[in-house]
Design a protein. Structure first.
Lengths: 197, 617
């Protein structure tokens, strides 16, 4: 079986690791072989956070350039930063709500315009889905459900190897009961938006 | 998954575990009853999980003041017949090494594993030292897992081996194993003895020279027998049967190697070194017999490669060995599948097709880590920088230390000039104060002060130094995720514990200028700092305010902080504070992100126009 490679990126504090665990555990529960790499430590203080998830047959959890079947970006600049990972027919699902690097005012390189980012992503992936996950999360009931909006979006891309129902089961196992309803709504919003594109 | 599943999952269940979580399960399946650590990435989650599970598991766990103490706690438990587990980041082993070297001589009774979490690529450390050298330096058997399942299984194997040979075992993980998550099929738990008994045996446990000489001989004999174990173990497995290259590999490098071989169907065979010290010479000799060339694939230093060369030399075998020493593979940083593919292709004489990168049309702004919004370190750095400017002091040296506050090296704070290791800010402060006429301000965190800051402070007082130590007491070990330390009223099991006062310790050393301040009161911070830096002798400023990640957890805000129309765009808040919650708006004024803002109020105090105000909500 071909390995399905998911590269998830964004900024520390966005719930990226939790999302990856929900995915990975769902894959495990349906009997798929899955390995994942996480980043902990210093980077989490407002820096770039990424996880790499490989579902199928592989020993190493690292995804090389040109090997990601899906880039799931919680932040648009980080989508662009990781775009070399995308495979020829890979999908990109990106949040369009930017988080400015803290030193952006002193930076020689300005934060690119959103149009520029999205155009660049589109030129690299024929399957690019952009959604404002922050606004959707607010609509779902809490900004912290942003990660489940993104998970829902991921679940809707063609060839995604885990079903919606399995992901929802895994959400139940991994998220606090009291926020499950909001998270479920967030997931559905994300799913429907990507699914309708 | 719930964290509790690590303790409660029945035999044969599959859990989706981090390497570090698997280490905890492995300890619980081995009947470990004493565990100790000082937190450090990439090992920290082991302690975080044990601190949550130890009570329910009926075992003892502590966050020790430093790695040396952690190792000593575990060593004594082992000497008393209990199974013990101590774990730390790679550089933590340096701290523990003084006791480690002697411990291997006297050996253990209850099984003991020391887990060293190495950090190739320096993701979150000050170096990428290869602790496989410690196996050679101390003569301690080494196990190298490649994935979470192996971490768990090798814990069990390690405890058996440790007890059989009465020797501690060094398990070496790397970041990519510690922080790799995968399916772990679990075994049943084992209840270990809770209370041990120490049978006195000074002829074994007190290494005066005559004892140590005997112990060294015993150790060498043990290692000799352990080499036979390593030669015969099924852990050092061979994959594939190609004849062109015999690849010897371990740890994460094994994973990359296997993916590359499977993808490309290469004419190679692979020897996975799991029980990697004592180096299994016979296994290696047998393995390379039928191959044309040898390639050693390892992270970080050419440790096994030199061992292989020695085996070949010793046995008069003439075979080409490729690896790091001949430039086939890079000498530094971690590997990935691409690097390994490139290396093996070089040996096979195949051109590596490098996927050409598309021209980057955009140069992207970087996103370095930074102090969080509301971080009390930002407040004290701001006050100190401003005071130094007010006093017209030039060339002030800022020795810094290990913790979140090391991020103060960045502009605009630039409050980090020299750093060696945990506690070095005060020791090097002594040196700078003696060697130069410059003013010296050393920064050290609360947990780091307990870890290694006290002896150098005593040194400073006794040797009549003249400099200022700022202890950044944010009431936690923040960088590694918020573990407790001796200055807090609870311990690693979550039980109430005596709070050791930093101020009282400092007083006891004889420091005559000591002030504790709330860093969020900028005026007072500036005033007190100015007194402190002008004081002759050693002065200590304790900047005490809890880490915002902990203080504001679950707190509801009842006000927001906003930039009002009175803003004259002077940019002090943006440029001098550099808080991630403050950003530039399109009209050129500043604005505060209410989501990110932690209501610390220092921007209100810093604004020269009083244009930043509180609004009740």
């Amino acid at each position: 079986m071909k390995t399905y490679n998911i590269y998830i990126c964004g900024v520390g504090g966005q719930g990226i690791i939790k999302t990856s665990i929900v995915m990975g555990e769902a894959a495990m529960k349906i009997g798929k072989s899955v390995v994942m790499s996480e980043i902990h430590g210093m980077a989490q203080r407002g820096g770039v956070v990424s996880t790499e998830l490989r579902i199928g047959q592989s020993h190493s959890p690292l995804i090389g350039d040109g090997e990601a079947d899906l880039i799931l970006a919680f932040e648009p600049l980080e989508a662009l930063r990781s775009i070399e990972k995308i495979s020829e027919d890979g999908c990109v699902v990106t949040n369009t709500a930017p988080i400015m690097p803290f030193n952006i005012n002193d930076s020689d390189n300005k934060y690119p315009k959103m149009d520029t980012i999205l155009k660049e992503l589109e030129s690299r992936s024929g399957n690019m889905y952009a959604l404002n996950a922050l606004e959707i999360a607010k609509k779902a009931g809490h900004i912290l459900s942003l990660n489940m909006v993104m998970l829902g979006g991921a679940a809707a891309v063609p060839n995604f190897p885990i079903d919606r129902t399995e992901l929802k089961e895994s959400m139940k196992d991994n998220l606090p009961d009291k926020s499950l309803e909001i998270n479920n709504n967030a997931f559905d919003y994300g799913f429907n938006i990507v699914n309708s594109k | 998954m719930n964290i509790k599943d690590i303790l409660t999952a029945p035999e044969d269940e599959n859990l989706f575990l981090l390497g570090n979580e698997a280490a905890v399960r492995g300890a619980l399946e081995s009947g470990v009853t004493v565990a100790s650590t000082y937190p450090g990435t990439p090992s920290s989650e082991i302690g975080d999980i044990l601190s949550k599970l130890a009570k329910d598991a009926g075992i003892y766990f502590e966050f020790s003041t430093n790695e040396k103490v952690a190792l000593e706690v575990a060593a004594a438990a082992s000497a008393s017949g209990l199974r013990s587990f101590t774990f730390m980041k790679h550089v933590g082993v340096n701290v523990a090494s003084d006791s480690l070297m002697s411990l291997v001589y006297s050996g253990v009774n209850g099984g003991m594993i020391i887990l060293s979490a190495d950090d190739p690529q320096i993701h979150s450390s000050q170096n990428e030292q290869d602790n496989r050298y410690y196996a050679r330096l101390a003569n301690i058997p080494m196990l190298e897992p490649s994935n979470p399942q192996e971490v768990k299984d090798l814990m069990k194997f390690g405890y058996q081996l440790s007890e059989e040979y009465q020797i501690p075992i060094l398990m070496r993980t790397t970041t990519r194993v510690s922080h790799m998550r995968g399916t772990v099929n679990v075994d049943s738990l084992k209840k270990g003895e809770i209370t041990g008994f120490f049978h006195k045996d000074p002829q074994r446990f007190v290494p005066v020279p005559e004892v140590a000489r005997v112990n060294h001989r015993i150790l060498v004999e043990k290692i000799d027998k352990l080499q036979t174990e390593a030669n015969n173990t099924s852990l050092n497995q061979i994959f594939y049967d190609g004849r062109e290259i015999g690849i010897i590999t371990s740890g994460s490098a094994f994973n990359y190697m296997m993916d590359v071989v499977e993808e490309n169907d290469l004419p190679v065979r692979v020897l996975k070194m799991t029980f990697s010290y004592p180096f299994p010479e016979d296994t290696v000799l047998e393995f390379i017999k039928d191959v044309e060339k040898v390639l050693v694939v390892e992270e970080v230093d050419p440790v096994m490669e030199k061992d292989v060369l020695a085996v070949l030399g010793k046995n008069g075998v003439d075979k080409k060995v490729h690896g790091k020493l001949d430039g086939t593979l890079p000498l530094i940083y971690e590997f990935n599948p691409e690097i390994v593919r490139h290396g093996v292709n070089k040996v096979l004489g195949i051109e590596t097709s490098t996927k050409s990168k598309e021209n980057e049309v955009l140069t992207l702004p970087k996103r370095p880590p930074t102090l969080c919004p509301g971080c009390p370190h930002r407040a004290i750095y701001y006050a100190i920088k401003k005071s130094i400017k007010d006093l017209n002091l030039e060339n002030v040296i800022f020795p810094t230390d290990i913790g979140c506050y090391t991020l103060g090296i960045e502009s605009p704070y630039e409050a980090g000039d020299y750093l060696l290791s945990m506690g070095s800010s005060i020791g090097t402060g002594c040196g700078f104060a003696k060697a130069t006429q410059q003013k010296v301000v050393s920064f050290i965190g609360d947990s780091t002060f307990f870890h290694a800051g006290i002896p150098p402070l005593i040194n400073a007082v006794h040797n009549k130094d003249n400099f200022l130590v700022v202890i950044l007491d944010n009431r936690t070990t923040a960088m590694t995720g918020g573990q407790p330390h001796p200055g807090l009223p609870w311990d690693g099991m979550g039980d109430p514990a005596p709070e050791v006062s930093i101020e009282e310790i400092v007083k006891a050393t004889g420091v005559d200028f000591i002030k504790t301040i709330n860093p969020l009161n900028l005026k007072n911070s500036e005033k007190t700092f100015k007194q402190a830096i002008q004081h002759q002798g050693v002065s200590v400023l304790i900047s005490k305010y809890p880490c915002m990640l902990i203080r504001n957890r679950g707190r509801k805000k009842n006000f927001v902080v906003e930039v009002t129309d009175e803003c004259d765009k002077c940019m002090v808040c943006l440029q001098d504070l550099s808080c991630p919650a403050i950003h530039l708006t399109e009209d050129g004024s500043t604005s505060i992100d209410a989501q990110l803002c932690q209501n610390c109020s220092i921007c209100i105090q810093a604004c020269p126009e009083n244009a930043i105000k509180v609004r009740k909500i």
